[in-house]
Ligand binder design. Structure first.
Ligand SMILES: [Zn+2]
Length: 194
């Protein structure tokens, strides 16, 4: 799975919005996009790979095979193997000769998650990462430099309370932290900003 393609991938600057990219490739890959759109994140089955920003692009390789470009949410994410298997199975089902190309640069960021993904996470009981942007990024950067103090507020996905506390920096997976709501007392996962 480690193709030489990975080294060339830094030249490919995709915007977080896949719709534009998908539009350009519509004629050739429309039905395949639709099929791949059905695939969900193995760790968070309510969001699709595209909504998570994991599914980056479809392109034609030098040998004429279709390449499905994915970027892991973080290096060593155990779900990536499952994701690659799901994509290969979808290609086969669609009768498409192709492969999965893992692109590590640019690195995945929680900013690539669509607003739909954030809403679905919240409905699923996971506090979504903070939306990027000038103010938010500054706060987060400041927080990471000064340790635990001034950490951005994480709202309880159950009751919306801001009265929450981090109980473990690593929740059910490495990309989540475990929190507890001090109002409704429910524990919940917070998808950390990357
Ligand atoms: Zn609560």
């Amino acid at each position: 799975m480690k193709g030489s393609d990975v080294s060339t991938s830094t030249t490919c600057a995709l915007t977080p919005s896949l719709s534009q990219n998908a539009g350009e490739q519509d004629s050739e890959f429309a039905s395949l996009w639709r099929a791949l759109d059905q695939l969900t994140d193995p760790e968070i089955p309510v969001v699709t790979l595209q909504e998570m920003g994991i599914l980056r692009a479809l392109r034609r390789g030098a040998d004429g095979q279709v390449e499905v470009v994915i970027t892991p949410t973080y290096s060593g994410c155990p779900a990536m193997e499952q994701i690659a298997d799901d994509i290969v199975a979808t290609l086969r089902r669609e009768g498409v000769a192709g492969r999965v190309v893992t692109q590590l640069a640019p690195a995945w960021t929680t900013d690539w998650m669509t607003p739909e993904a954030r809403d679905k996470l919240r409905a699923y009981g996971i506090a979504p990462p903070h939306v990027g942007g000038a103010a938010g990024a500054a706060v987060i950067q400041f927080a990471s430099q000064s340790g635990a103090k001034n950490r951005p507020t994480v709202h309880c996905p159950q009751c919306g309370s801001a009265n929450t506390t981090e109980t473990s920096h690593f929740g059910s997976t490495a990309c989540k932290a475990l929190y507890r709501c001090l109002d409704c007392l429910e524990p919940f996962d917070h998808f950390k900003n990357i």
